[in-house]
Design a protein around this ligand. Structure first.
Ligand code: NOJ
Ligand code: CA
Length: 701
């Protein structure tokens, strides 16, 4: 039930608001203060539980050939209200989400010096119990188009917080995290990241959002943005002399940041806050700041558990391409005359083998990469027309394979690698989606590897951001679900377009060898914007034993890989390893078969970024519960109280644990499975090996 109180306060006192205006969260713990300086400069600050976590910070923009929107403002009126609402996500960690906040919209104007100036700018603030947010609104006015050259929004930190960060980069988030004090970012960045980040986007104090922070007093803060629509993605640049972040927008090719047509609302700038780490994990603030679902009939949007003809290419066992060829013209190249190199993974026989295994084991879909022509010439070439997304290789019988999959009760999952050529994808998108419909595909993994074309564009510029959403909306029109890799990191738009069931936009399993801490950080950062196609479930850790020459080892235990299905929430989950590796360990694979990908309730039990996460979740479609935990390189023990279980029932718990001698580096495949009857009054001891974890299914008896 929505309760809304709206009060519009016209301000008789005119120009300056020195005394300030305040909006506080329903529980009173999050407080946002707004002020205008003597010169009419808007500023805000945020406090949480009495601590000023964001000190007074300036707001505004520089514009091309126009007066900056930084000062000279007066406040014309302020509207205020409270909202107490609930909404039902199509998929998610909980079947219902509460949306409760107080808001304040400050309507400002400044005397126009010319008709072409922007005279009206409003700032909308919201205070939730789990954080504060604001966005700029440009009402309809005489000047209806302008160009932003810089956003000047500051977030002045209340102290030298600990940060878990990745470097600012206009094109990728595929980095491991660094943990450091804010004042140490420059030093680490110059040592570790200078060479990796492309020079155009290197700033020694630039970081990406979502940025996880912890104050010396033990409060947890997260800085991100929500509802990134028709605007460039925001990174943050730190002025380390004052510990003040300044918004750092991804530029367009001409160096400007955004072209805006009024009326317009910018994405939200968000400061999430909690006094426990689990508060950040449980927060729905980013989703709450997004618009409600825009798709009327969502019955076709379903969670997806899938396998893929994929890991064998990633590890080097087989190839995406069909033959060896280079620098050819796709429209004239004749594959039927080419000599296959014999390592093509997406061939009929191999795909049938995967279909059999996936169908026998209850998967919903099977991804096949390398099914379509063009892979000989795609990587690092900056070639415009690389793929047509509709022509299969000669050894991939798209008709027969789809029929075979459907006859076994599963679907094939489409793959569109664009190799960064957005114009080429745009020109083929209709026919590509239509081909999917023709054969019964209802989900696509898209990808944007390499530099974005046309040259000068970046992965996170306004134009590219618009493309990703266009692709999602067009897919929705055709009832297709999208899992975008290398697209801009999510900002909660999946609430509005729930057919966006996945994104990569972070370092996932394909890196094969990451620090065990990585998966204890992602849920605090990348996952705050939406689910990640992390691709867990690797069982064979020594990759050289099946992909000769690949000496990267997955740096996790098998129990850790199982736990990821719970700690890395996503409605799209892959069982990423090869059928033959699962076949060797069917007892452990049982957990992947059983684990749901949609939940009615989630409880984050304990966590600390960079160290561990423990969560329990209830299946949306049964009375069964599941629990999982992951740890960094440190061994850890805990007692798991089962008070989340129904007190009137008994459950059979199947516990997938690290063996006593398991270790992510030296003995990663050692696990022990035990079974016992439990009740809600019980507590189970759980132990996680270095780089390990645990996974438990609780079947209601
Ligand atoms: C990068 C993606 O993240 C990966 O999953 C995919 O297999 C390759 N690109 C090829 O498209
Ligand atoms: Ca990737």
């Amino acid at each position: 039930m929505k309760k809304l109180a709206l009060i519009l306060l016209p301000l008789a006192y005119g120009a300056n608001l020195i005394a300030g205006e305040r909006v506080a969260s329903p529980d009173g713990e999050v407080v946002v203060d707004f002020k205008l300086s003597d010169s009419g400069q808007p500023t805000y600050s945020v406090s949480f539980m009495g601590e000023e976590i964001v000190r007074p910070s300036r707001m505004g923009f520089n514009l091309k050939e126009k007066d900056p929107l930084t000062d000279g403002f007066r406040v014309d009126s302020i509207s205020r209200g409270n909202v107490d609402d609930k909404w039902t996500p199509v998929w998610g960690e909980n079947s219902e989400i509460s949306d409760r906040y107080s808001y304040m919209v400050v309507h400002m104007s400044k005397p126009l010096e010319g008709e072409k100036e922007i005279g009206k700018m409003d700032i909308e603030f919201r205070a939730y119990d789990d954080g504060a947010a604001f966005r700029y609104l440009f009402p309809e006015q005489d000047c209806h188009e302008f160009v932003i050259t810089d956003e000047l929004t500051e977030m002045a930190m209340g102290g030298d917080y600990t940060a878990w960060w990745i470097p600012g980069d206009y094109d990728t988030q595929e980095y491991e995290y660094t943990r450091s004090r804010l004042s140490e970012i420059r030093g680490y960045s110059e040592k570790k990241h200078m060479e990796n980040v492309s020079q155009s986007s290197f700033s020694p104090t630039g970081v990406q959002t979502s940025l996880m922070l912890k104050t010396p007093s033990g409060k947890y803060i997260n800085l991100h943005e929500a509802a990134l629509v028709d605007f460039p993605a925001m990174h943050l640049n730190l002025d380390d002399s004052t510990l003040t972040f300044v918004s750092w927008l991804t530029p367009s090719p001409d160096g400007t940041k955004a072209r805006v047509t009024t009326p317009f609302r910018t994405p939200w700038r968000v400061v999430m806050a909690g006094d426990k780490a689990t508060d950040i994990l449980a927060s729905n603030l980013i989703y709450n700041l997004n618009d409600p679902c825009a798709i009327e009939d969502t019955s076709w949007i379903t969670p997806v558990k899938y396998m893929g003809v994929w890991w064998e290419m990633i590890t080097g066992k087989s190839a995406w391409s069909y033959c060896d060829a280079e620098n050819f013209d796709l429209s004239t190249f004749d594959y039927s005359k080419a000599a296959p190199h014999g390592r093509h993974g997406a061939n009929n026989e191999n795909v049938r083998r995967y279909i059999d295994f996936a169908a026998e084991n209850g998967m919903d879909q099977l991804l096949i990469e390398g099914w379509n022509v063009g892979w000989e010439d795609w990587f690092g070439k900056e070639k415009d027309y690389v793929f047509d997304f509709v022509t299969p290789y000669p050894d991939f019988d798209i008709d027969a394979l789809n029929e075979y999959a459907h006859s076994k009760g599963i679907r094939l999952l489409m793959h569109h690698e664009t190799s960064g050529s957005i114009p080429n994808y745009d020109r083929h998108m209709d026919q590509a989606y239509d081909l999917m419909k023709r054969y019964g595909y209802n989900a696509v993994k898209s990808g944007y590897v390499g530099n974005i074309l046309p040259k000068g564009q970046n992965h996170y510029s306004q134009w590219a951001v618009n493309h990703y959403l266009r692709a999602v909306k067009k897919a929705a029109d055709k009832q297709i679900m999208v899992n975008g890799h290398e697209a801009v990191r999510p900002t909660g738009l999946a609430r509005t377009y729930p057919n966006m069931i996945g994104n990569e936009s972070a370092m996932g399993t394909e890196y094969q060898s990451m620090s065990p801490a990585h998966v204890t950080i992602l849920p605090f950062t990348r996952l705050k914007g939406g689910p990640m196609d992390f691709t867990p479930g690797i069982f064979r850790m020594d990759l050289s034993t099946f992909a000769p020459g690949n000496h990267e080892h997955k740096r996790a235990t098998i129990a850790n890989q199982l736990a990821l299905y719970m700690t890395m929430y996503s409605p799209l989950q892959m069982a990423a390893d090869l059928p033959e590796h699962y076949a060797e360990k069917m007892d452990a694979f049982q957990f992947i078969k059983d684990v749901p990908v949609d939940w009615s309730e989630s409880r984050y039990i304990d966590a600390e970024p960079g160290q561990f996460i423990i969560v329990a979740r209830k299946d949306k479609n049964s009375d069964n519960w599941f629990a999982g935990g992951v740890t960094n390189e440190d061994e850890r023990s805990a007692t798991l109280s089962l008070d989340f279980l129904d007190p009137s029932a008994e459950y059979e718990a199947t516990i997938y644990a690290d063996a006593p001698d398991a270790h992510y580096d030296t003995n990663p495949e050692a696990y022990v499975i035990t079974r016992r009857k439990v009740a809600s009054s019980d507590a189970i001891p759980v132990r996680m090996a270095p780089g390990g974890g645990f996974a438990i299914s609780f079947r209601k008896l």
